[in-house]
Design a protein. Sequence first.
Length: 402
Amino acid sequence: MRFPLSLWLCLGLAVSAQATQLEDEVRFWAARAERDVADAISPTFEGEACLKLVRATALTEWESKGEAALRMALARNPEYVPAMVALSSLCLRRHAFAEGMKWADEAVRLTPEQADALAARGDVRLELGRLVEAQADFQRVAEKVPGLAAQSRLARVRFLEGHPAEAATMLEQALAEAPSGVRRETLAMVELQLGELRFRSGDFERAEALYGQAQQHAPGLPAVLDHQAELQAAQGRTAAARALFETLANRTRRPEYRQAVGDLLKLSGDTEAARPWHEQALRGYLEAAEHEDPRYDHHLAAFFSDVRRDAPAAVKWARHDFARRETAFAADSLAWALHLNGEKAEARQLLDRALASGLEDAQLFFHAAMIVLAEGDKTAGQQWLARAAAVNPRFQSYHFHR
């Protein structure tokens, strides 16, 4: 699917209109909160509107405003569960997992049967790699509020447990059974999740169709656009992908989009043009780290592993990420960095831990192949390469680091 300039203009207008409406909501609830210093409900609605703005625009400055509003709500009513749930979600976006868990745990303690509180706790547990506990929370959510949101969470667990085909079937069934009144953005995010599963399996055709459906349901949503750009790059449409990533970079100022532009320029052979984009990306990652924002620790590990080789730095940032969440992906990232840094024994230990999770991921299997080949085991190396190709026959195509 090719996108003419007129369509990009329309998408920008769609995002602008939605953002304007949400900004009006923020101002409305902020004014209400200011008028009544005992009101915890209005600042919670203000914070929730800010989180919606983050999703709609990918502008992180709305996070700070949302955080301030939610902390105001909890200062006014320390037991107001909706504010706890929203603050837990915000902490999750920032990879502040310990604080996110604190708020989610407290929300469940106060309202043990409340679906939003259980979902918030499950979301944090999932990001921490505590899959059994996350699934238990999500199953309770599904029993209380069956629908797309619960099924998409359960499908995510199944994927991380090593069952991508089953996860895809769950999402397909949930979409087929979705009632007519489901929010369009909810539909878009589930279509995006299913499309990413198809992309990871090398099925670019079905991924493209699903991303197109998501675009129709949520025009201009940055998460949809960056998936479409990733797909275009993987299909070899590098110029179109680079133009889209550059639009996202300029619109959102997010460093991962700047890195994507640099990566695609480098892939095209223009290393000189790639350099300033990579410099800007690195500066953004490091500035976040300097402000105690750990969300880009895993980006830094990958950047120093695969973009600008600095193995000790890669190990440093991968360790930071793994210390916060001991997931299979974090273990794989640390194993790869250790391997590049010549720390073979610990690299193998972390690799074995990632593989023991059951995760079916082509990049993980590729790293396994490279690590065991470096140990001299050609047979095992070829077997892991074969497994990578079985999971995704196109695993060596472009991949955007989220």
